[in-house]
Design a protein around this ligand. Structure first.
Ligand code: FAD
Length: 338
């Protein structure tokens, strides 16, 4: 009988945990990890330290290549999945190669979220998700001294700290969308404004930017409802949204993320979802929840692997850590840390 073939789309914390858990519980299966990124799995929360030079690039990556060889896990970097046919049990890669699977875990994580009203200026804004984004920041920071931060998620706060350490001048625009997915409250607003102010950051009070004009490569002009000013670069930080667009025509149920039951199973046999891209049913609440966070990603990775192998482990989150964001329950546990 041929070896069972398990494929995991993704190479972040959820995917890596799923791969290790699968290997621990099924020594003779074939396990393949697919990543659209050309680099090894990395820890996104260390990117601000990399940008400020506190750590070197190598410290970002959480597993050496030998890890995969030793565990007989086939890691395929720079291989983007563009289509999945669940009835034929095949994945189509961007270069049109077809990979078949007996069991599949989707762990494609999230990508930076830009609110619709800022999408017009998107090309003039820097985001931060991958080491490639971080290198863009590093190259920009060699040339500019002032940065405008838009948003307010935890990423922007830790990057702001790193930029201040580098001696940069920071302006910050906070509006009602800025703590997404944490609902906006005056209490959070006051706490963050006070903290930024005491760190030497100028907080600009405005609802939305009206205009952004590129003056030259290292200067943009920004107009709000109350002032016009110039800055060297703009960073946009409005949280992460699940990276599942390539699956919208696949027959999976997709809302904010991919809808799965409490066992992380999709409507298709032997297909599970883990990490930031999952939206999980909560039987007690009778609704779905999602989460953006490292701990949640590894926990779901472990559960998805066990359930793919036949267990019935429930993925649970405490109802008190769930917030309602636009009708979706969001587990914001790590966002509450600041
Ligand atoms: C700057 C920053 C700071 C953060 N700080 C914290 C923190 O302090 N604490 C915390 O808990 N969380 C933090 N987070 C969030 C945390 O990093 C994520 O929740 C976690 O990485 C999610 O893991 P994941 O495996 O679900 O997805 P990801 O880490 O997003 O990995 C997704 C993987 O899927 C791959 N992929 C996507 N689409 C495809 C495709 N079509 N084909 C093939 N591969 C694909 C990608 O290449 C990637 O390897 C931070 C995130 C950022 C960006």
């Amino acid at each position: 009988m041929s070896r069972q073939s398990f494929v995991i789309i993704g190479n972040g914390p959820a995917a890596n945990q799923a791969a290790v858990s699968l290997r621990n519980q099924s020594s003779d299966s074939k396990i393949t990890l697919l990543s659209k990124d050309p680099f090894r799995g990395y820890l996104p929360h260390l990117l601000p330290d990399f940008i400020s030079g506190t750590i070197g690039e190598e410290s970002l990556y959480f597993r050496p290549h030998t890890h995969y060889k030793e565990r007989d896990i086939f890691l395929r970097l720079g291989q983007k999945a563009v289509e999945v046919d669940f009835s034929k049990r095949i994945i189509v890669l961007e270069h049109r190669e077809i990979i078949s699977f007996d069991g599949l875990i989707i762990a494609t994580g999230g990508k930076p979220r830009i609110p619709e009203y800022y999408q017009l200026f998107e090309d003039l804004m820097l985001t931060l998700k991958t080491p490639v984004d971080a290198r863009l920041w590093i190259s920009k920071l060699e040339r500019v001294d002032s940065i405008l931060m838009l948003g307010g998620d935890l990423t922007s706060l830790s990057l702001t700290r790193a930029l201040l350490k580098m001696g940069k001048t920071i302006q910050f625009i906070i509006n009602e969308d800025c703590f997404w997915p944490v609902p906006f409250s005056n209490q959070i607003y006051e706490a963050v404004t006070q903290r930024l102010g005491s760190d030497g950051v100028e907080v600009i009070h405005c609802n939305k930017i009206k205009r952004v004009t590129r003056i030259d490569e290292n200067l943009v002009e920004v107009e709000t409802n109350s002032m016009t000013f110039r800055t060297g670069a703009i960073g946009a930080f409005f949280g992460l949204v699940p990276d599942v667009r390539f699956l919208v025509r696949s027959g999976l149920d997709i809302d904010r993320g991919i809808l799965v039951d409490e066992f992380l199973k999709t409507r298709f046999e032997d297909v599970f979802v883990a990490g930031d891209c999952a939206q999980v049913y909560h039987p007690a609440l009778r609704t779905y929840w999602g989460s953006i966070g490292y701990q949640n990603a590894t926990t779901l990775g472990r559960i998805a692997a066990s359930n793919l192998l036949g267990s019935r482990v429930e993925a649970m989150v405490a109802p008190e850590s769930l917030f309602d964001v636009g009708g979706v329950k969001v587990n914001t546990s790590w966002w509450m840390e600041f």
